[in-house]
Design a protein around this ligand. Structure first.
Ligand SMILES: [Ca+2]
Length: 301
């Protein structure tokens, strides 16, 4: 049996619906190899279906009602919506805390999966057809056990709703408990699969330069602590100016979040930032796409 044929069988067998057909059609020595492959695939699956996968599966039976709000991210140079960030809300629009307080080690895997599916389904129903607008989804790296296994539901939701995977951006943030090797593995798998990635809260806490040295995401979202009152604050202007230059040099697009005033927006634009998000531009809209405010549009005109 040629190695290429054997490999092909293994690939085919990794798809549940095809495994039985391939086995039924196989004859002679091929049947033996198919059987050996089936065992191997099952062993791999059992390895993946570890404690975390079982928790995820069990978690799907838990009903934790939640929904999403969307906040636009604007490109102030082209004056277009670049993406919407999906933000967790209660089922009637309650704050994220009302939902996140119910998340613990027993349901975080399932919750992370359900968040992605909910964000994609809602966005697919709200986006105008043909729009090349991104969808930014926050994910919890410690809720991803094995990136390839854990991405299946996301891909299935995108396929079902015909939402282009290239428009999906995964926002991640580092925290002190995170295994960074695990995080980089997830990010590289996501990148290989064609998703975009964004480091959230860049410049705050643990989300910093060491991470950027190891992995350069598509986007870095500068933490709002660096943005607040930047128009009146020389140290912040210097930090942001040099950070933006460094990001551009690394091929990473800077994005500023938490913009609350026209003066902050104007200052950031002068410092070379194009992508912006914040209450001044638009507040998150529950199960809807917010339009940027008219004052903002005038400011960038
Ligand atoms: Ca975020």
């Amino acid at each position: 049996m040629a190695n290429s044929r054997r490999l092909r069988i293994l690939v085919l067998l990794d798809r549940d619906e095809m495994a039985a057909d391939v086995f039924a059609e196989a004859a002679g020595d091929l049947k033996e190899i198919v059987y050996a492959s089936l065992i191997r695939v099952e062993v791999n699956r059992m390895t993946l279906m570890s404690k975390s996968c079982v928790e995820c599966r069990n978690g799907e039976l838990l009903t934790l009602p939640f929904s999403m709000a969307f906040q636009p991210i604007i490109d102030v140079r082209s004056n277009r919506v670049f993406a919407h960030e999906a933000l967790v809300r209660g089922p009637a629009g309650e704050g994220a805390g009302s939902v996140l307080s119910a998340i613990d080690a027993t349901n975080r895997y399932a919750f992370d999966q359900q968040c992605r599916v909910k964000a994609i389904e809602l966005a697919a129903s709200l986006y105008e057809g043909g729009d090349d607008v991104g969808l930014s989804i926050n994910f919890m790296p410690n809720a991803v056990y094995e990136p390839l296994a854990c991405i299946r539901l996301t891909l299935a939701a995108a396929m079902r709703t015909k939402f282009p995977t290239k428009n999906i951006i995964f926002e991640f943030t580092e925290n002190e408990k995170l295994d960074t090797a695990h995080l980089f593995n997830i990010l590289r798998v996501y990148r290989d699969m064609g998703f975009r990635t964004a480091i959230d809260d860049f410049g705050a806490g643990h989300a910093g330069l060491a991470l950027l040295a190891e992995f350069q995401p598509d986007i870095a979202k500068l933490d709002m602590a660096l943005i607040r009152d930047i128009d009146k604050d020389a140290p912040r202007q210097k930090i942001v100016r040099h950070t933006v230059a460094m990001l551009h040099d690394l091929g990473v697009t800077p994005l500023c979040e938490g913009i609350e005033t026209a003066a902050e927006l104007d200052t950031l634009k002068e410092l070379g930032v194009s992508l912006m998000q914040g209450y001044f531009i638009a507040r998150p809209a529950f199960e809807a796409l917010a339009k940027p405010n008219s004052e903002m549009l005038r400011a960038v005109a």
